[in-house]
Design a protein around this ligand. Structure first.
Ligand SMILES: [Zn+2]
Length: 140
């Protein structure tokens, strides 16, 4: 792979981030004169082939890309359904499940686990469903 200015910029932007990012978000952060959306898309596909980035999908089908930090332990993500904010979740209990599947004779196991929820900030903004008034009575 040739090392080009857009590729370096894209990789740097991915490394700086601590959360997965969509192609559109990444494109907006970059110098758009030197790097159009198609370039970003192609670069990310090339990085994925090289194992430099990992691709995930949101529940709505949006592809998110994340730099694979060699030093960083495996982790999951929790995505806010309201604002799209993504945070990492430590890798834990699924290890036990993989062990069970190994014992059942499966090899080359892999899995995708994504969590979705509403973040604390969005909960403050959203009307609380539990305390919302019931359907108003018609005035007679
Ligand atoms: Zn949120």
């Amino acid at each position: 792979m040739r090392v080009t200015k857009p590729r370096i910029a894209i990789l740097e932007a991915l490394i700086k981030r601590d959360a997965p990012v969509s192609i559109e978000q990444l494109h907006q952060e970059l110098d758009q004169r030197s790097c159009d959306l198609v370039t970003v898309y192609r670069c990310l596909a090339a990085f994925e082939d090289l194992g430099l980035v990992r691709r995930n999908f949101l529940h709505n089908g949006t592809a998110l890309y994340e730099f694979m930090h060699a030093s960083r332990p495996r982790h999951y993500h929790i995505v806010c359904k309201s604002c799209g904010r993504t945070e990492t979740v430590d890798y834990f209990s699924v290890e036990g499940l993989e062990r069970v599947l190994h014992e059942r004779g499966y090899t080359q196991l892999s899995h995708i686990v994504e969590f979705f929820g509403v973040c604390p900030d969005c909960q403050k903004k959203l009307p609380d469903r539990n305390t919302a008034p019931a359907i108003p009575q018609a005035h007679v």
